[in-house]
Design a protein around this ligand. Sequence first.
Ligand code: SF4
Length: 253
Amino acid sequence: MSVSELRNSIQENTPDAISLYANPSANYADKVAETLALLKQAVAEFSPVTQASSLGAEDVVITHLINHNALNIPVFVLETGALHRETQALLERTQAQSLVPIKVYRPSNEKVINFVKTHGQDAMYESIELRKACCQVRKLEPLAEALQGQRAWVTGLRREQSSNRSDVPLIDRSEESTKGQIKLNPLANWTWGDVWHFISLNQVDYNPLHDQFFPSIGCAPCTRAISLGEDFRSGRWWWEDEAAKECGLHAKK
Ligand code: SF4
C-alpha cells in the first residue's frame, strides 16, 4: 500500500467531528430559540451590529443562523496572515455562499514585517509579552478597525469552553463604557454537543481541522490538536498558563 493510500485509508476510518461530538442537550430546541431571539434583538436594539467570526464551529453556526433568517448582521474575519490553509479555504467558501457580507480585516504589512524582523518568526513561543505583542499587531489592531462605528458585536463564546469563560453572559455590557460596544454571546449556554448537532442537522460547512481533533482553531503556529481528556482550550497557546490564554479579543482585566 502506498503512503497516500495508507493516508486515505486512515482518513476514511477516522470518525469525523459530527459523529464524535454531535449530542444535543435535552433543552437543545430552547437554546436555539434563545439564540435566534438574541440575534433578532441585536438587530432591533443594538444596530449597527456585526459578527466576529474565526470560522470555528461556533461561528459557522451563528453565521448560518444570520443567513438563514436574513438578519442584517454583517460578518467580519480577522485574517492574521498566519491562518491554516483549511481556514483560508473555508473563508473563501463562506464568502462565496453567504448572503450577508463577509468582510476581511488584515494587519498592517509594515507592522508585521517589522515585528518579524525584530523578534523573529517564532517570537510567540519566547514569552507571553512577545506572544501578546504579536496578537496586538495581527489581531487587536484589525479588531479595533472592524469594530469602529459598531454598537455591538456577536461572538461564539460559550461558558463550557474554559474556566475563564464560565460566567459569560448572553449580553455583556461590561466594556460598553470603555470600548464602546456591547458584546453579545448567543451561544453562551450551548454545549459542544449542541454545536455539532446543529452543524449536522443543518449541514453547515465547517473547518475540516475539527475532524483532526482541533476543537478551537486560531493561527497555525498557536493551535494544535488535543488528545482525549484534554481541556477544550488546551490546543491554544499550550505552552502558557491557563490564566493567560486569551489573545486580548475576549480578555478581562
Ligand atoms: S495567535 Fe499566535 S500567530 Fe496569531 S496573532 Fe497571536 S501570537 Fe501571533
